[in-house]
Design a protein around this ligand. Structure first.
Ligand code: ZN
Length: 235
C-alpha cells in the first residue's frame, strides 16, 4: 500500500489493488448511471447528483455545475465522511449536495450508493406537498416501502442534510419538498432502480387520479406481499 500525488491532481488516496479495482468500478458506474438518468429525463440541465461509497470514509461523487449525462471518469471526485477532498482531477468541485449524501452514509452503514434526481412526476408530488407512501403497487411495497415527503430545506445547506438524514434513517426513498427525489441502495444499480420505480409509481398514480380512482392495497394484502420475498423485490 502506498499514498502519493501527481502534479495538478489532489490525491490523498492510498493505493491498494482491491480498493483501486472498486474505485475504477465506481467511476464507471457513476458515468454510466449519469448517462442513463439524463437520457431518461430524470436530471435535466445541471440537476441531480450520484454517489458511491467504495469504502468506509471514501465516497465518490459527481461534480457540481455540469450535466451528468456527459460525465468522464476524470470528472469524478472523492471525499471523506466529513466532506474533505480526497481525490480530484482539479477541474471540478464536488456536488453542492455532498452534505446531503454524507448525512445518509453516516447514519446508514448498509447504504453503498445515493441517487438524487429531479424525476418530473416524483418532483411534481414533492411540489404538491404529497407523499407516495400508500401501498399501491406490489413491487414498491416489496422493494422500497413508504416514500415519505421530506420537509423543505434550502438545497445545498446543512439543514437539508439534517432533514434528509432524519427521514432516510428508516426509508429507501424520499421526496424532497419543492425539489426532487432521493433514493439509496446497497449499490448504485439498486438505488437507481428505486428511482425508476418511484418515478413510475408517481406517473401511474397521477394517471389513476385523472381516471378518477386509486385503489390502495388493503393491509392484509400488504402483509402477504411482505411475507412473499421478505423485501427482496422481484414482483
Ligand atoms: Zn436537486
Amino acid at each position: 500500500m502506498s499514498c502519493g500525488s501527481q502534479s495538478g491532481v489532489v490525491n490523498r488516496l492510498c493505493s491498494d489493488p482491491e480498493l483501486d479495482r472498486r474505485r475504477a468500478q465506481a467511476r464507471r458506474e457513476l458515468v454510466e448511471f449519469g448517462r442513463r438518468a439524463y437520457r431518461a429525463g430524470l436530471i435535466p440541465g445541471f440537476s441531480g447528483n450520484l454517489s458511491i461509497r467504495v469504502a468506509p470514509g471514501e465516497i465518490w461523487v459527481s461534480p457540481s455545475g455540469v450535466n451528468k449525462g456527459f460525465l468522464h471518469e476524470s470528472d469524478l471526485i472523492a471525499v471523506d465522511e466529513e466532506g474533505n477532498l480526497l481525490y480530484s482531477h482539479g477541474h471540478h468541485r464536488p456536488t453542492s449536495e455532498t452534505p446531503m449524501h454524507i448525512a445518509i452514509y453516516r447514519i446508514r452503514p448498509d447504504v453503498g450508493a445515493v441517487c438524487h434526481t429531479h424525476a418530473p412526476f416524483a418532483t411534481a408530488f414533492a411540489v404538491a406537498g404529497l407523499d407516495l407512501s400508500d401501498p399501491i403497487l406490489p413491487e414498491v411495497v416489496l422493494g422500497i416501502g413508504e416514500v415519505p415527503l421530506i420537509p423543505y430545506a434550502t438545497p445545498t445547506t446543512q439543514e437539508v442534510a439534517r432533514v434528509v438524514g432524519e427521514v432516510m434513517k428508516t426509508h429507501q426513498a424520499g421526496l424532497l419538498a419543492n425539489h426532487g427525489l432521493i433514493t439509496v441502495g446497497r449499490t448504485l444499480a439498486e438505488a437507481y432502480a428505486r428511482t425508476e420505480t418511484v418515478e413510475e409509481l408517481a406517473r401511474v398514480v397521477t394517471v389513476a387520479r385523472l381516471l378518477g380512482k386509486v385503489n390502495v392495497l388493503p393491509p392484509d394484502e400488504v402483509q402477504k406481499i411482505l411475507a412473499l420475498v421478505n423485501g427482496n423485490g422481484g414482483v
